[in-house]
Write a protein that binds this ligand. Structure first.
Ligand SMILES: Cc1ncc(COP(=O)(O)O)c(C=O)c1O
Length: 373
């Protein structure tokens, strides 16, 4: 069998190629490359999809997080609580907004920010908390401490990996005061380049985000704020509109693939399956198992043509980039142990059962004899 990639975007492209081709032709004919009609249409369609009042398209997910924080008024010296197990962008955006990330550990089952640990991390300088909907399931927002509301601490949802997910019937992108998402190509809703969005029900925050992304300018050359350049490209909006129409179907295919992996791997000794929190409709951006001797297992998978990955190999608080903010080894033990065990298996809309069976077969052989469960 041919190599099985971690992500294969070709199946999606085949389905939208004609629509994207004619959409691109329209943009080229109109020449509206910045802020063109497709951007406004996508923003409206994505807001409707998520069930939120406002969507502002921006340049990428990291900018979306930074702009969300800046729209809330995060400034130098402010602290923002983030999970230790996430992509670095969650913490990077805090630093870029002038804040200080405060790392909190994740729970051992779903590997999401542990709400029970948040209160102890709050100080007089805490301005916001960023739960991350990691791997495709919404974080347990309703379990965050009451103290947040009492102390006026904002909640920002990092929904980069959860487009289309739901928690207790409510859509990703609607939790917290403001949410950020990423349209990086491999995301559940991925563009053909970089892209991102901020969603919120608060019109004033949406307006501030839009202003920040357009050089702090409410109208041409009227620069009321110090902003930057971060807008969703019109061509990317064409791609995203075509993909959004198919997202639910593709997320269903991811779910079916996850269910099949559960079935194939459920009885394999040494493979711990991913957990879905009660109340969650998971969209399986990543299917992350846990194994002992992960690096050896990964090496064997790669040798046998299985494109597994690690998300993420170093907990953010231990990355050299965060040395001024991280609290050192041992401060987030669940994330630190998980980082040595986690293994992301190939998953994407269109993955075949034969491909999954091959992944399971190679994985079972690679972990043979291990006792982790
Ligand atoms: C959890 C998380 N947050 C933020 C980002 C940043 O998004 P982008 O790569 O579009 O800047 C990503 C994606 O890469 C992510 O996975």
């Amino acid at each position: 069998m041919n190599a099985i990639p971690l992500v294969d975007l070709s199946v999606q492209h085949t389905q939208i190629a004609d629509e994207v081709g004619s959409g691109f032709a329209d943009v080229l004919a109109a020449g509206d490359f910045i802020g063109g009609k497709a951007v406004a249409a996508f923003e409206q369609e994505y807001a409707e999809f998520a069930g939120v009042g406002h969507c502002v398209g921006v340049g990428n997910g990291t900018d979306a997080l930074e702009m969300a924080l800046r729209s809330l008024g995060v400034e130098p010296g402010d602290e923002v609580v983030v999970p230790a197990n996430t992509f670095i962008a969650t913490a990077e955006a805090v630093v870029r907004a002038g804040g200080r990330p405060v790392f909190v550990d994740v729970d051992d089952e779903a590997l999401l920010l542990d709400p029970g640990l948040v209160e102890a991390a709050l100080t007089d300088r805490t301005r916001a908390v960023i739960p991350v909907d990691l791997y495709g399931q919404v974080a347990p927002f309703e379990q965050l401490p009451q103290a947040l509301a009492e102390r006026g601490i904002a909640v920002v949802e990092d929904g980069a990996q959860s487009q289309g997910a739901r928690r207790n019937g409510r859509s990703a992108g609607t939790f917290g005061t403001v949410a950020a998402t990423s349209f990086y190509p491999g995301k559940n809703l991925g563009a053909y380049g970089d892209g991102g969005a901020v969603t919120t029900d608060d019109p004033a925050l949406a307006e501030t985000v839009r202003l920040l992304g357009a050089h702090g300018s409410p109208s041409k050359y009227q620069h009321t704020h110090l902003g930057f350049n971060s807008r969703l490209d019109t061509l990317q909006a064409v791609v995203l509109r075509a993909k959004l129409r198919r997202l639910e179907r593709w997320n269903d295919q991811r779910l079916a693939a996850a269910v099949y992996y559960d079935e194939l791997l459920g009885e394999v000794p040494g493979v711990r399956l991913p957990a879905t929190l009660p109340g969650n409709q998971h969209v399986w951006h990543l299917y992350v198992v846990r194994v002992n001797s992960r690096d050896i297992v990964l090496h064997r998978l790669h040798a046998d043509g299985v494109g597994a990955g690690i998300h993420y190999p170093v907990p953010v608080h231990l990355t050299p980039a965060m040395k001024d903010f991280g609290s050192g080894p041992g401060s987030c033990p669940v994330s630190e142990v998980a980082a040595e065990q986690i293994l992301s298996l190939p998953i994407f809309p269109g993955i075949t059962r034969a491909q999954q069976e091959r992944v399971a077969e190679v994985l079972a052989a690679a972990v043979g004899g291990s006792t982790l469960k």
